[in-house]
Write a protein that binds this ligand. Structure first.
Ligand SMILES: [Fe+2]
Ligand SMILES: [Fe+2]
Length: 620
């Protein structure tokens, strides 16, 4: 690899070490807070250096790809391979950039094998992106899913030239692309099942096998059965036809029994494929929902809480997610199972706390899945607290930012309420409070929680925030904008967090409703909480531009310059009722002090969390 490529990868490694969980290592809380600040500065410097490396090394190389020799192309392929998803040095944005360029080159040169290979890898690049969007409704993620599927579909279309293609590697790409057409979410589950069924036919077709005996056909076939068996996980009974059910049942049977045989050999109990098998028995009418739930409970009770393998993760976190998904569909079954569900979440959180820190990325994927199916119960951890725990554990920088925003919003609201006690009276809860002091106290408390929860949607794209090895590309900016929609979705579906959902949705919208802000679904004038959304939007922007977002936006401003710019955006980006207050130096000082206090408090909590990972308190 070229020196710029090596340096880039080394920087990713260093940034990853700087953003991981930080052990206090005998430091005092103050020293710990200083260390966090120094690490953030180092990340910013390395991220800026990486942009330089791309600008000076990679981008000119991609511009002159047509003249590149095979050695240079080989180096690019190797560089991209180091950046592939799922690794410590993953940078899927640059991975897609390189493979997109290599694909156009292969098209220009009419290099069929190259095109198939590059389509496959570009499809994988999109697959890793789609994986981050797990849990979001298909309408929101459709654009990215179809980009992925188009790549795989085009590569798979070369199946009709299977005879002409001599190269075994390319034939392998065609078949893997064919199987991957069924990855990601679908509008109709039946469509996915149909695609997997067709792949199964191809994998079993003797004529293809004869043409390419060098390929691992049995492994392909088994993996396709796994794909079919797992198609059941998210489906409701009404969306599967009887033919679909028969196909899934057959695959679930094959996979489960293979696992049982393996388990008998190595003495393990198979969990991973028992659930789809049980679920299919239920869908086929062999037993009822209560029986299915009892069987899942039995599986979950058998999991070893110290098993950190994929099987353990599945049992400790995925099975509870499926279980709660059924409870969501049949809420009348919740009351009898409340204490069981509470114990499940407690166990899941303890498991997460004791999970090896270096494997955080895998763990966060599973916990995210759990956050989309979370069931709130009377004695359990409130949903808002659970979400903050996730932020604190997996995205400490986002947690610090959220607490800073919360403290500043609380201070600003306290001041507003002293002067204008009816300022937030559009919100029914506050309108009804007669005692002005009590009203002020409650507004301030809600302002803090709004700040703490405004960015919880970031949980969906954690890696983009926590492993920022450079500025975001346009495509990544676009994806992270979805944190507003995703946060709104998470918060609005649970009773205790519902009233904070508008803040998650609208905190990046502009006061004048112009297209500079997002998302389109936020309509300021229709939102009774708009004043609070405006407050969070302003302090969030001040904090981001003067500190938190600098690594991935490349914009840097001092706090005073940020205040000045906010005032200049009065009536356009920000509410004039709020920016008017920024003209008062006392208010500006109040916000700055609240930011400092918020940062100190967040660091103190991180310090406490890392010092006693056995801490069982429910406070984040
Ligand atoms: Fe945000
Ligand atoms: Fe924010």
């Amino acid at each position: 690899m070229r020196p710029y490529q090596k340096e880039y990868i080394e920087n990713i490694r260093e940034i990853s070490a700087l953003t991981g969980r930080k052990n206090p290592d005998g430091l005092s809380p103050e020293e710990y807070a200083d260390r966090l600040l120094r690490d953030e500065e180092a990340i910013r410097e390395k991220a800026a250096r990486n942009m330089e490396l791309l600008r000076e090394g990679l981008l000119p190389a991609l511009d002159h790809l047509f003249e590149a020799d095979s050695e240079e192309l080989g180096e690019l392929e190797e560089f991209a391979a180091q950046l592939a998803g799922g690794q410590e040095t993953a940078d899927e944005g640059v991975f897609r950039l390189i493979h997109r360029a290599l694909l156009s080159l292969a098209r220009q040169k009419r290099d069929r094998c190259g095109m198939i290979r590059e389509l496959y890898w570009l499809g994988m690049g999109y697959y890793w992106l789609c994986n981050k969007l797990v849990g979001l409704p298909i309408e929101i993620v459709e654009k990215y899913v179809s980009q992925m599927r188009l790549c795989f579909t085009e590569a798979a279309a070369y199946l009709k030239y299977f005879d002409e293609i001599e190269d075994g590697e390319t034939r392998g790409y065609i078949l893997r692309a064919r199987a991957n057409m069924a990855l990601g979410s679908f509008k109709f589950q039946g469509e996915k099942i149909r695609l997997v069924r067709e792949t199964l036919c191809i994998m079993q077709d003797g004529s293809y096998r004869e043409k390419a005996p060098e390929l691992p056909w049995d492994r392909y076939l088994y993996m396709t059965h796994q794909q079919m068996a797992s198609s059941v996980s998210y489906s409701k009974e009404t969306v599967m036809s009887s033919e679909d059910m028969a196909s899934i049942m057959e695959s679930a049977y094959i996979v489960y029994h293979r696992r049982l045989e393996e388990a008998a050999r190595d003495g393990h109990t198979p969990l991973r494929w028992a659930f789809p098998y049980y679920a299919m028995e239920y869908y086929c009418g062999i037993y009822d929902m209560d029986h299915l739930m009892a069987r899942i409970e039995k599986l979950m009770d058998r999991v070893d809480p110290e098993d950190y393998s994929p099987e353990g993760l599945y049992g400790m976190l995925s099975l509870p997610a499926f279980y709660c998904q059924y409870l969501e569909q049949y809420p009348q079954r919740i009351p009898a199972r409340e204490s069981y569900v509470e114990a499940l979440y407690r166990r899941a959180m303890d498991y997460a706390d004791s999970f090896p820190a270096q494997e955080d990325e895998k763990l966060s994927f599973y916990l995210r899945q759990l956050s989309f199916t979370y069931i709130e119960t009377g004695g359990g951890v409130p949903y808002g607290v659970y979400l903050q725990k996730l932020l604190l554990r997996f995205a400490p920088e986002a947690y610090i930012h959220s607490r800073m925003v919360g403290e500043a919003a609380r201070a600003l609201c306290g001041l507003i309420m002293e002067e204008e006690p009816a300022f937030f009276d559009d919100i029914e809860k506050f309108r009804q409070i007669v005692d002005p002091e009590e009203k002020r106290r409650q507004v301030m408390e809600d302002a803090l929680t709004c700040g703490l929860l405004h960015d919880v949607g970031k949980i969906s794209f954690l890696e983009l925030y926590t492993r920022t090895a450079r500025q975001w590309f346009a495509e990544e900016y676009e994806v992270t904008r979805l944190h507003t929609v995703s946060g709104h979705l998470l918060l609005s579906e649970r009773a205790s967090t519902r009233r904070f959902a508008p803040v998650a949705l609208g905190h990046h919208a502009w006061y004048d409703g112009s297209c500079h802000g997002y998302p389109e679904t936020y309509r300021r004038l229709e939102c009774p909480c708009r004043q609070m959304v405006d407050v969070i939007g302003l302090v969030d922007w001040l904090e981001n531009i003067s500190h938190s977002a600098q690594a991935y936006t490349g914009l840097e401003k001092s706090f005073d310059d940020a205040v000045e710019e906010a005032v200049s955006l009065e009536g356009r980006r920000f509410s004039p009722m709020l920016t008017a207050r920024l003209r008062d130096r006392h208010v500006v000082r109040l916000i700055r002090t609240a930011f400092e206090e918020g940062r100190r408090e967040a660091c103190r909590r991180m310090y406490g969390r890392e010092r006693s990972s056995e801490n069982t308190s429910t406070a984040p």
